[in-house]
Ligand binder design. Structure first.
Ligand SMILES: NC(=O)c1ccc[n+]([C@@H]2O[C@H](COP(=O)([O-])OP(=O)(O)OC[C@H]3O[C@@H](n4cnc5c(N)ncnc54)[C@H](OP(=O)(O)O)[C@@H]3O)[C@@H](O)[C@H]2O)c1
Length: 430
């Protein structure tokens, strides 16, 4: 035990930061015992001194001068929960330069410019931990970085955005359309007034980049991630998934095949028997497949002030212990330098709904369009008659490029009135 306190500077005191202050205050004794020294909050940087706060920040700690706070000689750990790229990046770099270790929850920054931060941490021989950046309270980054360090991860499938999972779950359980489900999510506080970052998959793409980097020991940034959101998912898609024993989820997928990495975020149908299908409402889960361990699932609340603060505090305790013993944890592991596979070469199965003329020979012509691009068909179902006739085709594995060419061809065919839905199918949905 040391009497010398570990000094913590907090950047941001919003949803997450206020809960960090609360836990640091309420659990001070336990934290001291676990770390081996008192953990003392020495400053809290915010944008507005007079904004209402969810916690009472101890007298004299609030400041708007984040730059000076991170450069203080007596600060051991800087916790960054401001969010966004700047000034968060400059403040983290400055903190490392001045000898502090850093804990951050900032997925956007880590996915956009993680390597710059890791290099600065390495150069300064300081820790940079960021468990809270992906899936809130769920411990997933440390298991990938440490527990599975002796295994070979082959695939990571994640439901890493609570807003979109809530919306898709509503669509599945109530038959609602996207707009109606989004409105309900907004009323209940699960979606922001401007929901773009969530519903268009930007938030999940940042998390996919972070997961892929750790899983495959390769630098993957947000710009490497193929991204499609859920705003085009219709009630008919969801019903069609249901008919084949599946459910629609927004998945963040990172895969290793032929030593190349594929990283993508898009809605997909997964069988109801898949563990991820049971992830309801705004919960998150990450499903990991690895060579020796097999299949693992990590599940829990993926957002919210207190759950996210739990992950931040976990990092803080680890970083503080390392400080006391004069060590650092494992830094960035990007030795594998694997190539990122272009989306067109990524293979998966597809569900395609096609409005067709209801007459003899249509099925053969549609099958021919798939065959022309070497896309083999697993099942075909006809729904409706006359003007409502629709064919629902599920393909075997094909590349994105093959499928796109098939859909182009279908759209040009006289017997095809419209291709109403194209959705990827993950897992073994029938
Ligand atoms: N909320 C979640 O559920 C959740 C989950 C996982 C990860 N995260 C991540 O955690 C981080 C924080 O999220 P949050 O929801 O807590 O955000 P938030 O509620 O908007 O809080 C942001 C805080 O940062 C302060 N701030 C903003 N710009 C600043 C600047 N230039 N200098 C100093 N302080 C500044 C704000 O000050 P004022 O209060 O004075 O405006 C506010 O206290 C983000 O990176 C987010 O992605 C959040």
């Amino acid at each position: 035990m040391s009497d010398k306190p570990l000094n913590v500077a907090l950047l941001g005191c919003g949803s997450v930061g206020s809960q960090v202050v609360r836990l640091l205050t309420e659990q001070a004794d336990d934290l001291e015992a676990r770390v081996g020294a008192p953990v003392r909050l020495v400053g809290v940087a915010v944008r507005r001194l007079d904004a209402p706060r969810e916690v009472e920040v101890p007298e004299g700690l609030l400041t708007t001068d984040a730059e000076s706070l991170v450069a203080r000689e007596d600060v051991d750990v800087v916790v960054e929960v401001i969010g966004g790229i700047e000034p968060a990046r400059s403040l983290i770099l400055r903190a490392l330069e001045h000898g502090a270790s850093v804990v951050s929850a900032n997925k956007a920054l880590l996915a956009e410019d993680g390597p710059t931060l890791f290099e600065a941490a390495g150069k300064a021989s300081r820790d940079l931990y960021y468990e809270a950046a992906v899936a809130g309270a769920i411990p997933i980054l440390r298991p990938l970085r440490e527990s599975l360090a002796g295994d070979r991860v082959t695939r990571v499938l994640g439901i890493v955005n609570g807003t979109t999972n809530f919306i898709l779950d509503k669509m599945d359980t109530s038959g609602a359309g996207f707009s109606e489900a989004l409105e309900e999510a907004q009323e209940l506080g699960y979606a922001e007034a401007d929901p773009t970052a969530d519903v268009e998959g930007f938030d999940a793409a940042a998390k996919a980049a972070i997961l892929a980097s750790l899983a495959f020991h390769t630098r993957v940034t947000a710009s490497d991630v193929y991204r499609e959101g859920i705003s085009e998912v219709t009630a008919a898609d969801v019903a069609s998934a249901r008919d084949m024993g599946a459910v629609v989820k927004l998945l963040a997928i990172a895969e290793l095949s032929d030593e190349r990495v594929s990283v993508r975020v898009h809605p997909a149908m997964i069988p109801r028997s898949h563990p991820l299908a049971s992830v309801r409402e705004a919960y998150n889960a990450v499903f990991v497949e690895s060579q020796a361990a097999g299949q693992l699932m990590f599940y829990g609340p993926g957002a919210g002030g207190a759950p996210t603060a739990s992950a931040v505090l976990g990092d803080l305790v680890t970083v503080a212990r390392n400080r006391l013993t004069g060590t650092t944890g494992a830094g960035e592991s990007a030795y594998a330098e694997r190539e990122v596979r272009p989306m067109g070469e990524t293979t998966t199965r597809y569900h395609v709904a096609i409005d067709v003329d209801d007459r003899a020979g249509v099925l053969a012509e549609v099958a021919q369009a798939f065959a022309a691009h070497d896309v083999s068909i697993q099942t075909v179902r006809q729904e409706g008659r006359g003007a409502d006739a629709q064919l629902v085709v599920v393909s075997h594995q094909a590349t994105d490029a093959q499928l796109a060419a098939t859909v182009d061809r279908l759209r040009q065919m006289e017997i095809v009135r419209d291709v109403t839905s194209v959705m990827r199918v993950e897992g073994d949905a029938e």
